[in-house]
Design a protein around this ligand. Sequence first.
Ligand SMILES: C[S@@+](CC[C@H](N)C(=O)[O-])C[C@H]1O[C@@H](n2cnc3c(N)ncnc32)[C@H](O)[C@@H]1O
Length: 248
Amino acid sequence: MADWFEDDGFWTKMYPYMFSEERLETTQHEVDGIFTLTGFQTGQVLDLCCGPGRHSILFAQKGCQVTGVDRTPFLLKKAREKAEEEGVAVEWVEEDMRRFSRPETYDLTLSMLTSLGYFDDPQEDMLVLKNLYHSLKPGGICVLDMMGREILARNFHDTVSEKHADGSILVQRREILDGWGTLRNERILIENGTALTYSFEQRIYSGQELRESLSRVGFHNITLYGNLKGDPYDHRASRLVAIGWKSK
Ligand SMILES: C[S@@+](CC[C@H](N)C(=O)[O-])C[C@H]1O[C@@H](n2cnc3c(N)ncnc32)[C@H](O)[C@@H]1O
């Protein structure tokens, strides 16, 4: 049976919720934050699991040469259309994050909006981090952004629902498994009286686990932040952001 993240229907149906107008509007601030926190100025950028390309396109608009990699054709199509509309060139690659690796090519690599933790085998997450490391030039920078375990624990609700302008309702049910190692999600989308249910599990990282994982693949000077404004990863954090460097 295919894994949940290989279900194109999931990404297609979740698209309006996952990539809401509100989220698209925050992207510019996220990109500004990445420039400020890393000191990165320009060069080759890899946006791994780029989805509809919201970060890729903004980096390209800043003059960077960008590769956006994702496994979901529907999202890559959205990304291509948006890049065309904005008149920017981005290299879009349809590939699995466990397989994409281009040794010593990039100055900056990104993994944004909790794009890690999808695989049953934790070694596959490590493989993704190794790929990011190998794809960086010496001195290159890696930025990861995700929902950290501490944040999830602080704000935990087992059921939340949102109603959208078109009348659809998205119900999200959550369960903690493996002693806070795994988050089980059930998303029920109710549209025109019909309910569609998607169930999936994700590995959840604490700040220290993410730092250790990055360190194990070779990154150094790893700093954790609680958002892309550069606030500390503490009890007020809204995101788990990790930035690490590859040695020169
Ligand atoms: C939560 S979205 C994040 C999208 C984007 N980074 C952003 O911030 O808007 C996760 C993305 O990972 C992609 N994805 C899921 N599994 C993948 C895999 N095995 N290899 C490559 N991409 C994958 C999905 O298609 C989706 O675009």
